[in-house]
Design a protein around this ligand. Sequence first.
Ligand code: SF4
Length: 430
Amino acid sequence: MAEIIPLYLPTDSANQEPFKEGACKLHPQTMCPAFGALRVLARIEGAQPAMVTDTGCLYGLTFVTHFYAARKSIVAPALGTAELSSGKVQEAANAAIAEAAAEPHVSVIPVISLCVAETAGLAEELLPTEVDGKPVVLVRVPAYAIHSHPEAKDIALAAVMRRFIDTSATEPNTLVLVGEVFPADPLIIDGIVRKMGGRVLTTLPGRHVDELKLAGRGAAVAALHPFYRETVALLRERGVGVVSGAPIGADGSAAWIRAVGAALELDEDTVEQVAEAEEQQARDFLKTQPLKGATILISGYEGNEMLYARLLIEGGAHVPYVSTSIGTSMLTAADEAWLKAHGVETVVYRKAIEDDMQAMEHWNFDLVIGTTTLAAHAKELGIPSVYYTNILSVRPLFLSQGMIASISFIRDLIDRKPLYRQMLDFFAEE
Ligand code: SF4
């Protein structure tokens, strides 16, 4: 393992003023929130999204949806100044729904109402609830009300769940996972839950309406990501236990396993044995403190940044600053408290690039895991940096297996520091 070479003199934090967030939080700096809703809805088999918005929004959102491999087109009315000023939004929405219903192999039509339609006053009671036997579900995600794309995922999921959820029975000892996670993670979690006598029933957001129905039969729900507030509230209405937080790192995994055991009312001794074995495996790996000596910045708009920060800290890193696009809630409270108790000085919700840039001035980082803009800025300074979304979301994260995979990868990134120094020197000589 290579030694961590600081590029700058370390900051003397004792002589430093505390970090202060300065950026305006009125205007969220995130991709159009509707993207999150589209991502969830377009993936549902048989769903044909109809989007009610103006041409500009449609152009951008169609592009980004195809970029993320939705493999289906969005049906939308042509809404320009003429249609808006003549009050034709409702007729245009109904025509788009009829067009969506006529597409082949369609079984459900989510109607995504965005800024323009919402401000023009799209009325839910004037929309059909189904066309030709195909359910129509209204999903309202204007950016002035839903401030980030993760939170729009939650609104979209809750809207379709509300329509399809089956609460006629409960399947004992079953757990519903909520979070758009790396595909191996639910399998790893299921393996652990089965060792305790339970099982994972389904993982939301699902890819089929049947999964949304099934979620209503779970005996407990685990909110792996902290922004699925509406979805969790919907499941909680049935009186099922909610496990917040995720099986992250040594501390988090053991606590999460015990919480799941309690929520599913599993055998306490078996649960304790599984929790201890999992914790031991994680601690054996963490003994070497693979990230010791590194100061890392975490910034993203995915909504799960605090989980990664926890992992890095358990790996030995100093993580003084974490920022995320989502807002604070009961589901973020435990992770924030853990982070603050483990050396994190600042957690910024509804982040802005100005906050992140200011943090770059305030601390000296060995690695920046951030948005594309921030990562580019860090590279200009010769600091190893990666784009949060594409780099971290493609690896398992949970339990000891996920932890070992993610921390080993971060260690490799930090070891690339001499390459960044060479790059700076090369361009300095030009
Ligand atoms: S106007 Fe609203 S819906 Fe359209 S792209 Fe902007 S934020 Fe998204």
